[in-house]
Design a binder for this molecule. Structure first.
Ligand SMILES: Nc1nc2c(ncn2[C@@H]2O[C@H](COP(=O)(O)OP(=O)(O)OP(=O)(O)O)[C@@H](O)[C@H]2O)c(=O)[nH]1
Ligand SMILES: [Mg+2]
Length: 451
């Protein structure tokens, strides 16, 4: 908002402009000087109003939509890394407790699943169950070793709830201890926010005592239990159960467990790779503001990171299409089908009719890894049939499905920009950010006629 002495107005106050501009009747009672002053104020106000309108037209709103865990917040962090590196630097320490939480949750999940599998080792007579029992047999009875490790890790695991509750700001979400959830502006719990939207400013007084206390306690406890965490992670029974998909962890768990020695150092500060790998579910909508220089002009990008939990989207989709495709708990629908349904809802949504569409098919690194390990797509998507299981064929197959959905459902007759991405790859993602940004700005200019 711009300010002049004695006047204060903003783009949301056009009425003020009209009332000042419409003062000519009253001016009859003033002398010539007063009229000149009044006209000058009018002109200034008009100029200011035009400037505000221009600034508004240079604002680009970007909404990140997609399934839970599809990488929306990671893309937002990549934007921050590219366009607002300083804010990412300031925010680095805030992620410490979240990284600790990711490790502790993984440790707890490994122990829980291990206990279950070891207790049921003989009772699963499926082919897969027998294969696991066969692989575990040479290790002998490991339950004693595992209980010993569990005892040593009790103090660490007990930190999971207190970390989650401090960072959730006391919010408890139904569904149990499946994760840590944060609402928009969660950083405010640790660092005060600047008035300029969600941008964190450097902490002056430090984090509130409760968060600082829990974070430091988690750090000390992890430091004291790092050998046991490492031992558990490398335990042959854990390796076997992971390889046989009997233990399923968050995708980034292995990244953090491999790095436990580094992370448990008392002076640990999250690296950029840590920030991109860390998992923190977005609850609701987080707004981020970036100043972006593109095609020779400055734009303000307002980025809305919409949590993948569908109930958060309902206010944005008034025709209910999306609400009906709420599939979060429906395990029978695979992620690709779910994603296609979601994309159908986005393409056909009237409220989004005038938006540009950019489709990012993310996590290609994981797809490549799975294909390299011999996974067959047909096992998950029967219609894939006997097509070759190479990245080129599989990615083209997926792309074609999304292009078809777009062709059939797009109510805005829009161009579709589609990219394959791996959001953990900084260089590749940043090339895409620039590429997509320029394409959006070019269409923006074409539409508004404003460079
Ligand atoms: N391997 C790999 N992991 C990724 C990629 N993109 C994101 N991730 C990881 O996937 C997890 C989920 O990413 P998020 O960015 O939190 O997902 P989100 O879409 O914001 O999820 P919600 O907030 O629940 O809607 C994080 O641990 C990321 O590090 C990718 O391209 N490859
Ligand atoms: Mg998110």
């Amino acid at each position: 908002m711009s300010k002049r002495v004695g006047h204060s107005y903003s783009s949301s106050e056009p009425i003020l402009l009209q009332s000042v501009g419409g003062s000519s009747k009253a001016s009859r009672f003033y002398d010539e000087d007063a009229v000149r002053v009044s006209q000058k104020i009018d002109e200034e106000l008009k100029r200011e109003w035009t400037r505000i309108k221009d600034a508004q037209r240079k604002q680009v709103k970007v909404m990140l939509l997609g399934q839970a865990e599809s990488g929306k917040s990671t893309l937002q962090k990549q934007f921050q890394l590219y366009y607002a590196h300083q804010t990412l630097e300031h925010g680095r320490p805030l992620w410490r407790p979240v990284v600790y939480f990711n490790i502790i949750k993984a440790v707890r999940m490994i122990l829980d699943e291990l206990d279950y599998e070891l207790a049921n080792i003989g009772s699963d007579d499926s082919t897969e169950g027998q294969a696991v029992a066969h692989a575990l047999a040479p290790l002998g009875d490991v339950s004693g070793e595992i209980s010993h490790l569990r005892e040593k890790l009790v103090a660490l695991i007990s930190m999971e709830d207190s970390l989650a509750s401090e960072l959730n700001g006391g919010i408890s979400v139904t569904g149990g201890r499946t994760g840590m959830y944060v609402r928009a502006g969660w950083q405010a719990l640790v660092t005060p926010l600047s008035p300029n939207r969600s941008r964190a400013v450097p902490a002056t007084g430090g984090p509130p005592p409760a968060v600082a206390h829990v974070t430091n306690l988690a750090s000390r406890t992890l430091n004291a239990s790092q050998d046991e965490v490492d031992e558990l992670w490398k335990h042959p029974a854990v390796r076997i159960l992971l390889n046989n998909r009997r233990i399923r962890l968050d995708e980034s768990a292995s990244f953090f467990l491999e790095s436990v020695k580094r992370i448990s150092q008392p002076d640990y500060l999250p690296t950029t790779a840590d920030l991109l790998n860390v998992r923190l579910q977005t609850l609701g909508v987080a707004e981020h503001s970036f100043d972006v220089e593109l095609c020779g002009s400055r734009y303000n990008w307002l980025m809305y990171d919409v949590g993948g939990a569908r109930h958060a989207w309902v206010p944005y989709f008034d025709d209910g299409t999306l609400f009906h495709s709420y599939l979060e708990e429906d395990a029978r629908t695979n992620r690709v089908d779910d994603s296609l349904q979601l994309f159908t809802a986005i393409c056909s949504n009237k409220l989004l009719k005038n938006s540009h569409l950019v489709l990012l098919l993310n996590k290609i690194d994981l797809l490549k890894k799975k294909l390299d390990a011999g996974s067959k797509v047909r096992k998950y998507i029967t219609s894939y049939g006997d097509r070759p299981n190479t990245f080129a064929d599989v990615s083209e197959y997926f792309r074609a499905h999304f292009v078809q959905v777009h062709r059939r459902n797009d109510i805005g007759r829009r161009a579709l920009y589609a990219h394959f991405t791996s959001m953990l790859d900084i260089r590749a993602t940043q090339a895409i950010i620039v590429n997509v940004g320029e394409a959006i700005i070019r269409s923006h200019i074409a539409r508004t006629g404003l460079a």
